[in-house]
Design a protein around this ligand. Structure first.
Ligand code: FMN
Length: 171
């Protein structure tokens, strides 16, 4: 039966949510990677996606300096490292180096992609606007890569505190 609940409770009830890694680069070429659940596709033609980034994140600063990002969907093998990317800030830590995350050069943008991903999108920011404490960045997808031999990627549940991986048969 529906009843009034806290907003946080609705985030649990709408679980699982995607978990992705948003990779950015600063104007002095420092790479950062943050955990991100608030993502959506917004257009087929041209291919566009949107990410919602907190205004206090180091990633936000990077996106304002260099308006490009890769959005990578990590495989379960790197789930633990991937979650750490959502717990620590690039202001305090070089996450790529300290978590030993392997990267590959992107074809069309400056930020790299995460090697152990099932899918990676390379995007150029074509628009951004503040919502509340987060801002929406619309990414024009310049290139995309996928691993046809992979069957699982990571979701989060219980208010973003637990990771699960979902296996499915890709046709
Ligand atoms: C499961 C999970 C999901 C998250 N989703 C988002 C999100 O959609 N948007 C956001 O701004 N932060 C999100 N975060 C928080 C950021 O990843 C976190 O604040 C990170 O430390 C920011 O890193 P940065 O300061 O290096 O950019 C999430 C964290 C976790 C653990």
């Amino acid at each position: 039966m529906l009843k009034t609940v806290d907003f946080d409770r609705t985030l649990i009830l709408t679980s699982p949510h995607y978990y992705s890694l948003l990779v950015t680069i600063s104007k002095d070429k420092k790479i950062d990677v943050m955990g991100l659940s608030w993502f959506m596709f917004t257009s087929f033609s041209p291919p566009l996606l949107a990410v919602s980034v907190g205004n206090t994140r180091n990633t936000y600063k990077n996106l304002k300096e260099v308006p490009e990002f890769s959005l990578c969907f990590p495989k379960p093998e790197i789930a633990e490292k991937a979650i750490q990317c959502g717990m620590f800030s690039g202001k305090d830590m070089d996450k790529i180096k300290e978590l030993k995350l392997e990267t590959l050069n992107s074809a069309k943008i400056n930020p790299p992609i995460i090697k152990d991903s099932i899918v990676a999108y390379e995007c150029e920011v074509m628009n951004s606007f503040a919502t509340g404490d987060h801002s929406i960045f619309i990414g024009k997808i310049k290139n995309y890569l996928g691993d046809n031999d992979a069957y699982e990627h990571i979701y989060v549940k219980d208010g973003y505190s637990t990771t699960i991986s979902i296996r499915y048969d890709i046709k």
